[in-house]
Design a protein around this ligand. Structure first.
Ligand SMILES: *Cc1c(COP(=O)(O)O)cnc(C)c1O
Length: 556
């Protein structure tokens, strides 16, 4: 980021973020999780955060508008992306070509999509205004919107996919009324002939506290960033971890006598002889001026008050006799574990919400990422052709079942006893084909077929190597049940399908392999579930995106 200086940093802990996303997506289940990465991921950096979200439980992403959605596509993200704010010049054609899901509030938007004449029909989510009074159709306009969508769907210009709304979070009662309105709107639409694959309403607040509003999907935002959506519980109370730490350094100190005025307007005067420290962060960086006189920052393991007005580029801290030197780190807000202020506390000092505190952190502040996964690193280091990347750090496109098999085979040939693979992908994505390749590469006895009905199947080695244990964890409720299968993790190679959230308890290191079909393409073959191992036989041949993420020492 141009102009960013190392003395102003927002440290983004992707491990904390992944923890939050997996916590929230587990809570929302069986509802899917869409992660809101609008406004540059609430100031955290959109692309990195989007990837981390998809690695840890989110199945889709929400951005505000089409340009942001196209930016995610350009970064190689293939998961569904939802954008809902459109002006009359919106790039509907580009959005359709890039397979962006569009939130639709008015007939003119549908007409504009059709007029764009793209080669593919985007999925549309019709929005009913259930009380927030922002976008979304009124109840009066709703039947006409539905009918227009049905007509455009029939003409092949759009795919009518979902109905949705957004809550005002005014009170639990008001939110229940809104939910009722959404249900009524869906019923009205169904009477007109609409069939929705998905209905969604809840964001963080209702996603956490209003189970009946989770419906098919929750659009989590602020909670995933480790900021509570509630006044009466902090993120920490909710089991969530603040993701962003805003920090700087002391750039000068001076000793001043009692009664010394500080900063514009001299609204602050030292009570006694004191040391002042200058910190090069100001409201241009997002530090809210209104918090002058209330806010505290963390230096050397202690809280100190900001003295006088926060200026555009700097503020002054009254250290008293605190032992602070030029170059010392200043934490404006952070995780809060050691006593440093949190964004939630800053929200109180600034009479706002924590969302604004993190989202307003400005462009001069360098974003620094902690705990990136292997695939984040691969993408961030800008490997020209990620398909050529080393194992454990790559995203690959795989065009055919043969290539999937070969990918498994070449990986299988490198595996050793103790290795664990967590395999994820829709029915028909190619999990069995991949695992069959792994088995071949390892030289184990086949046939490798889906273990759905046996939970775990052991394939002994034909060449004196480790066995391949193939597990389907889909029906396992807990890590304990996985443990109960008595798998020889140390002595074999274990491939666990649907193992996210379970394997972590039994294996420190694992390789996560996520196979994604281009969404919307073709119907899933469920031969995978039938266990006959012929999943690809009659499935259409479509390319897959395979995301390989190394977790733990073995794969770092
Ligand atoms: C921002 C936003 C979300 C996420 O809201 P949070 O309260 O941050 O969880 C969900 N849906 C829509 C439409 C949004 O604008």
């Amino acid at each position: 980021m141009s102009g960013a200086a190392p003395e102003r940093q927002a440290v983004i802990d992707l491990e904390a973020f992944r923890h939050n996303v997996s916590t929230l997506s587990a809570l929302a289940k069986p509802a899917d999780t869409m992660l809101a990465v609008k406004a540059d991921a609430y100031g955290h950096g959109m692309v990195r955060v989007a990837r981390a979200a998809l690695e840890s439980g989110a199945s889709s992403l929400a951005v505000l508008d089409i340009p942001a959605a196209l930016e995610l596509r350009a970064a190689g993200i293939t998961a569904p992306i939802f954008a809902w704010m459109h002006d009359p010049d919106a790039l509907f054609g580009e959005a359709a070509e890039a397979d962006i899901d569009l939130g639709i509030s008015a007939v003119w938007q549908l007409d504009a999509i059709a007029a764009a004449g793209a080669s593919r029909a985007p999925r549309v989510h019709l929005k009913i205004d259930t009380g927030l009074s922002r976008n979304g159709s009124t109840e009066a306009d709703w039947p006409a919107l539905v009918q227009s969508a049905l007509a455009h769907d029939a003409a092949g210009a759009v795919k009518l996919h979902a109905a949705w709304s957004h809550l005002a979070d005014a009170s639990p009662e008001a939110d229940r009324v809104a939910l009722e309105k959404l249900h009524r709107a869906v019923a009205v639409a169904e009477e007109l002939g609409a069939r929705f694959e998905l209905v969604h309403l809840a964001a963080s607040s209702a996603g956490i506290r209003m189970p009946e509003a989770r419906l098919g999907m929750v659009r989590f935002g602020i909670a995933a960033y480790g900021v509570s959506p509630f006044d009466d519980e902090t993120a920490r109370d909710l089991g969530l971890r603040p993701v962003m730490t805003l920090r700087s350094r002391v750039v000068s100190t001076k000793r001043v006598p009692a009664g010394h005025g500080v900063s514009y307007g001299l609204t602050y005067r030292t009570e006694r002889e004191s040391t002042l420290a200058l910190v090069p962060l100001g409201y241009a960086d997002g530090v809210p001026r209104i918090a002058s006189g209330r806010a505290r920052v963390w230096i050397g393991g202690r809280r100190y008050p900001i003295a006088g007005r926060i200026a555009m580029d700097q503020f002054v801290v009254d250290l008293g006799d605190g032992p602070v030197e030029v170059g010392d780190e200043v934490v404006v807000f952070g995780e809060g574990d050691d006593g440093e202020p949190t964004a939630e506390e800053w929200a109180g000092w600034a009479e706002t919400i924590g969302d604004e505190i993190v989202a307003r952190v400005g462009p001069r502040v360098e974003r620094v990422y902690r705990n990136e996964s292997a695939s984040d690193v691969a993408c961030a280091t800008g490997a020209d052709d990620p398909t050529e990347g080393a194992l454990g750090a790559t995203v690959r496109e795989i065009a055919t079942p043969e290539e999937m098999h070969e990918f498994g085979r070449s990986l299988g040939a490198t595996l050793a006893a103790g290795d664990v693979i967590v395999l994820a992908g829709d029915l028909g994505a190619g999990k069995t084909t991949f695992t069959r390749g792994v088995g071949e590469g390892m030289g184990v006895r086949g046939p490798v077929t889906s273990p759905t009905f046996v939970l775990a199947r052991t394939h002994p080695s034909l060449v004196g190597g480790p066995a391949l244990v193939h597990v389907d964890a889909y029906r396992l409720g807990s890590a304990l049940e996985l443990d109960d299968l008595d798998i020889d993790f140390a002595g074999s190679v274990v491939v666990v399908e649907w193992g996210r959230g379970l394997v972590e308890a039994v294996a420190e290191s694992y390789l996560a392999i996520d196979i994604e079909r281009p969404h919307g393409a073709g119907a899933a073959s469920d031969a995978d579930a039938a266990g006959d191992g012929t999943e690809e036989a009659d499935a259409p041949v479509e390319p897959r995106t395979v995301r390989i993420t190394g977790v733990g020492e073995r794969w770092s």
